[in-house]
Design a protein around this ligand. Sequence first.
Ligand code: 6PG
Length: 266
Amino acid sequence: MVGKAAVQEVRLVVGATLPRATRWMADELVKLTRDTISAQRSMSISFAGGATPRGLYELLASPLWRARVDWSKIVAFLSDERCVPPRDPRSNYRMIRESLLDRVLIAPRNVHPIPTESGDINKDSATYAATLTSLLPTGPGGVPKLDCVLLGLGPDGHAASLFPGNEEAISNTSLVTAVSPPFAPTPRITLTPRIFNAASHVFILTAGSLKAGALAGALAYDASVADHPVRSIAPVAGNLTFVTDVEACESLNDVKLRDDITTIRL
Ligand code: 6PG
């Protein structure tokens, strides 16, 4: 879609620094979990890999923050995974567990890692799609609805494991698909835009000047999805929020921006 995305609202939240933006994201998540849990008694979150999301997880798990979320009512999924064993240092699940889930009172039965050990990544993808379908309520278009999706943004414009040039993964009608990134030695399993776009709240966390080109591509009026896969993420009945710092916004003045962005400067 060129120009206007099909979302209710696109917010661009800009912190002077990454720590400031991360604190805003943590506070927003605290408010969102409180409101969602009071309305529906639980809340599903899909967690992203990457260093920027990790900073949020470590903050949420810190003594001043961990009690601000009722983790007993949270149901955790992953937005994508590398096809390695769960204890492998490259595993997103290991990172998310060590930085957050092992440090808060979330019920083990409510933690749903992406399976990676059957030896068949297509089977693992189908298994996870079935897990999402069985555990989540039906959302827009009959698609399982996640309450909250957390994502990072790669310097090449990827989000989750939706990489430039991989139109098949981006347009896939499945909820979950296996991909072989052009640069990475390991295949990956990723949720697809189909399920991301049925979510209520999608947050994309990115910072630093290395991401300036990717953020400009995400927010430009006429960038292509093929070049910037993050543009395929446009919740049909939900909100999309980019949480970033001043450095990552360095290239926004170089492009004509989409006309549906609300900017919040912290
Ligand atoms: C991963 C994620 C990837 C990540 C971005 C941002 O497995 O790493 O699939 O999408 O979220 O690459 O990562 P950084 O925040 O570390 O740049």
